[in-house]
Design a protein around this ligand. Structure first.
Ligand code: GUN
Length: 292
């Protein structure tokens, strides 16, 4: 049976180290890192995420601002808010929750965020820096996924990694991070031919396709490390249930280690967002960031 990778416990530890770093910055440097989160509309999942982000930001001792705008807010108003936050020196990180309502151009909004405050790492400047090996703000879920893989496998040098999914939020940036860790990286997706055969090559599987329980145990190389980024809400036995992109029951019989859903990668995302906010704050102040 696979070892369970406890993302909840790892994220708690990371948040503890971030809280310590924030306390040090307050005492030693006299400033408090701050994160502003913008939510447009009423998407129920987004509301839960945003509430959790704000709660955990305050718990580690940082300043938190929440902007909740109605779904029909014109694009120009969202852009004006981003400009206001860009100009505010107390705000070190800006996150605009996705998805945005259809009448708003997400790319335009994400590009309006100052790259120095882009704690999601979605701005083309940060994407470009990541892909050329320059220090940058890196997307949170990919960083959290790689942290968990490193925690269980140690060095990732030379491993065969297969990423399933090619999104800008997870698939592409996680592939860049694994490449930087000296993995041999394959990005597979919905059009990949014979996906099970491709996945069977992998020492490390990162599943980020958004298809409930797609990856089966007999697709895995025995002993592989499986990082399941999927969070899918399904109906089973008349009840709502959260499942990943991997069929946990069959995968845990073959994998060497596997993240559960929930309690795997999910809790890492917000912890990494807080990490990025401290990083952005220290860069803005021109000081070295504390160990975290
Ligand atoms: N919606 C779902 N995941 C994310 C994320 O990581 N960042 C933002 N801004 N929106 C999201």
């Amino acid at each position: 049976m696979a070892k369970l990778i406890d993302g909840k416990a790892f994220a708690e530890g990371l948040r503890g180290r971030i809280a310590k770093a924030v306390a040090e910055l307050k005492a030693g440097q006299g400033f408090t890192p701050g994160l502003a989160v913008v939510l447009v509309g009423e998407d129920p999942a987004s509301k839960v995420y945003v509430a959790n982000k704000a709660k955990q930001t305050v718990e580690v001792g940082m300043n938190s601002w929440e902007y909740k705008l109605p779904a029909e807010t014109p694009e120009a108003e969202v852009l004006a808010l981003v400009e206001k936050l860009n100009a505010d020196p107390a705000v070190h990180g800006i996150l605009v929750q996705l998805p945005l309502p259809k009448h708003i151009d997400s790319t335009k909004v994400l590009t309006a965020i100052s790259p120095a405050k882009d704690v999601d790492g979605f701005h083309v400047v940060n994407v470009g820096k990541l892909s050329t090996g320059q220090d940058s703000l890196v997307p949170c879920t990919p960083v959290g996924s790689v942290m968990l893989a490193r925690d269980v496998l140690g060095k990732l040098d030379g491993l065969e990694a297969v990423v399933i999914g090619r999104s800008n939020i997870v698939g592409k940036p996680v592939a860049q991070l694994l490449l930087a860790e000296n993995c041999t990286v394959t990005i597979a997706h919905s059009r990949t031919k014979d996906l099970p055969a491709v996945v069977r090559r992998a020492d490390l599987v990162i599943a980020a396709v958004g298809r409930p329980e797609m990856v089966k145990g007999d697709w895995l190389k025995p002993g592989a490390c499986v990082i399941d980024v999927g969070i899918n809400r399904i109906e089973r036995d008349g009840k709502g249930k959260l499942v990943g992109d991997c069929d946990f029951a069959s995968c845990e019989k073959v994998a060497g280690s596997i993240t559960p859903v929930p309690g795997g990668v999910g809790p890492m995302t917000i912890a990494c967002l807080l990490y990025n906010t401290v990083k952005a704050a220290c860069a803005a102040k021109g000081i070295r960031q504390p160990e975290m």
